[in-house]
Write a protein that binds this ligand. Structure first.
Ligand SMILES: NC(=O)C1=CN([C@@H]2O[C@H](COP(=O)(O)OP(=O)(O)OC[C@H]3O[C@@H](n4cnc5c(N)ncnc54)[C@H](OP(=O)(O)O)[C@@H]3O)[C@@H](O)[C@H]2O)C=CC1
Ligand SMILES: CCCCC/C=C\CC(=O)/C=C/C=C/C=C\[C@@H](O)CCCC(=O)O
Length: 329
């Protein structure tokens, strides 16, 4: 049997380019070891961590996909099931049990299957556990989310509304502002067009910020932290403003605000042991909120395996609204 994968030809420098990728075709043995499954890709997730995770050139680009089980030597999965696994940008995969996150067809219909790598996949779990566990939001508090129109940020804002918070967002276009407002965000500003970030933050959150979910990092994050209220909580989720930077980032220090306001700042990665065993709880709650109409899902879908690098570069450049995903089959 033949498989195809996308690999990077060299380490990324700055914003990745289409010429940094190539498709490799090879034979794949169909015999499986105990616990393994053989799968065919349905859709591929393009996520920011792929830009910064130090995987070498030559191997398949890392990442999540939803795939159909072609053969199984794992009692949890049967031929025909749909699963979400960490098989990378590859069409036919042999997958070990430890790389398989969950059965997608138990919770999603065929039309919504891309949500298996979005709201019910890694980004959805990041929003759910990262925000609720680290920020511990209380009704009436003000929550700030940057990257608010993306996969994780758009969900964090909606969860914050469910919890009865005032939600302030920022993002990179007026179309994205309209989208965030349609989700229930109370105030949103465009960080690309505002003259002064501190003034925009003050205007949108005049009473200060209690919880900050940081997707972006850099000076924007420092400006937000400097307007937090006493005992505020900060979830450090990502720092996408630095991922393509060729030079070290600079920004105002945050220690004076951390000390004087007694802030709590905590970084996390969603596949940590403290969250991974709880993923079924996250999937169940997010599914319930979607059914109840409390969480709206938006995706930017690119068609075709060969267009995965284009979708990835587009996501890093801000082209996506909601989750960026590639539909293959
Ligand atoms: N800790 C964890 O376990 C996880 C962390 N993350 C992190 O969460 C963040 C969001 O990820 P995800 O929701 O998947 O991605 P998004 O869907 O939000 O897509 C990326 C977005 O980042 C924004 N962006 C790009 N460059 C910059 C910049 N220089 N400054 C500000 N914004 C920028 C763009 O939106 P715009 O137009 O608004 O600029 C772009 O659309 C990332 O930092 C990611 O690394 C994600 C998953 C797990
Ligand atoms: C582990 C990622 C380190 C890079 C951190 C950079 C940015 C934050 C971010 O975006 C984090 C993403 C987290 C991704 C979660 C899972 C993957 O690491 C793969 C896990 C594979 C598996 O265990 O199934």
């Amino acid at each position: 049997m033949k498989t195809k994968y996308l690999t990077k030809t060299k380490a990324f420098e700055g914003l990745p380019k289409l010429s940094d990728f190539k498709i490799v075709e090879e034979d794949i043995e169909e015999n499986l070891a105990d616990g393994e499954i053989l799968t065919e890709v349905v859709c591929i997730s393009v996520d920011p961590f792929i830009r910064v995770y130090p995987f070498p050139p030559g191997i398949p680009v890392i990442g999540f996909q939803v795939a159909k089980v072609l053969a199984s030597k794992n009692e949890k999965y049967q031929k025909g099931n749909l699963v979400m696994h960490f098989g990378g940008w590859k069409t036919i995969c042999k997958v070990a049990d430890s790389s398989c996150w969950y059965r997608v067809d138990n919770v999603l219909s065929k039309e919504d299957i891309t949500q298996g790598v979005g709201v019910l996949g890694m980004p959805g779990m990041t929003a759910y556990f990262g925000f609720l566990d680290l920020c511990q939001p209380k009704e009436g508090e003000t929550v700030m989310v940057n990257g608010c129109a993306g996969a994780v940020g758009s969900l964090v804002g909606q969860i914050a509304k469910i919890k009865g918070c005032k939600v302030v967002g920022c993002c990179g276009s007026d179309e994205k502002i309209a989208f965030a407002k349609s989700l229930g965000f109370d105030e949103v500003f465009n960080y690309k067009t505002e003259k002064s970030w501190p003034e925009a933050i003050k205007r949108c959150a005049p009473n200060g910020i209690d919880c900050f979910f940081d997707n972006v990092g850099g000076q924007l994050a420092s400006d937000i932290i400097n307007q937090m209220n006493t005992k505020g909580r900060i979830a450090c989720c990502g720092s996408i403003s630095s991922y393509n930077s060729k030079t070290p980032m600079q920004g105002d220090i945050v220690q004076p605000a951390m000390v004087s306001k007694q802030l709590k700042m905590e970084g996390f990665v969603i596949n940590e042991d403290r969250f991974k065993p709880r993923h079924p709880e996250g999937v169940k709650q997010m599914s319930q909120w979607i059914k109840e109409g409390k969480i709206k899902v938006r995706e930017t879908v690119t068609e075709g395996f060969e267009n995965t690098p284009k979708a990835f570069i587009g996501m890093l450049s801000g082209d996506n609204i909601g989750k960026a995903v590639v539909r293959v089959n």
